[in-house]
Design a protein around this ligand. Sequence first.
Ligand code: SAM
Length: 262
Amino acid sequence: MEEHRARKRFGQNFLVDGNIIRKIVAAIDPKPDQAMVEIGPGLGAMTRPLTERLDRLHVIEIDRDLAQRLREGELADKLVIHEQDALKFDFSELAGTLGTALRVVGNLPYNISSPLLFHLAEHAEQVCDMTFMLQKEVVDRIVAAPDTEAYGRLSVMLQYRFECSHLFDVPPGAFRPMPKVMSAIVRLKPRSPAQLDARDPLLMSAIVKAAFGQRRKTLRNTLREWLAQTDWDVLGIDASRRGETLDLADYVRIANHVATRG
Ligand code: SAM
């Protein structure tokens, strides 16, 4: 087959390091009958070892040429190819069709990683776990604790929905073409519904977005649409603090206060 020229607009950096690929697949630990979806299979670096361990693998690939290669390639019998934008893919519908929660994996296109993670968070109820390669800087943001530079909206919203763990780092030399930055593997496991204690998740999401929208501003300013001084008094939170000093439980408490106060 003709050589594929990597397309920058689709964030194409292909894994070429066999040891790293083995390490990622070992971390995923696929079992034959599991319902697994790989986002962005590309030239199949992870797809091949995954299909060796699975009866069937769903793959979502936006690049027409790469999807065509997979259709014509030797892995085709094991694959269900969705030639589609993962940002628009209905993961819940697939889980419904398969009758089971999904394991989602992939070396994600870095240019769309944040919107893709927010999209996946909406389908968390239909997900068993997710293991992704991302830019290390994004993984640092996902697992960040309050009062650190990396801590932000992505940390709060993903940690609310998932238990997030940084597994290991991957250097640029593992890819062709080489990215300019370090990468890392992250595992996201949905929390049980009992742990999701925000009464109005959309309200919490809006509050978190506003609190981190202008990082230099105080909570009094960024959240004035929802909270007055009397509310801060009831909550026992100093309104002159900044959003980055609050932890996940604080955000849940604030959102629940606004939701129940009416
Ligand atoms: N899995 C391969 C590997 O590890 O070598 C390729 C990884 S590459 C970083 C990202 C892959 O995601 C590419 O194959 C790219 O075409 C695909 N991709 C980019 N944007 C996408 C989108 N919105 N939906 C689905 N796939 C996408």
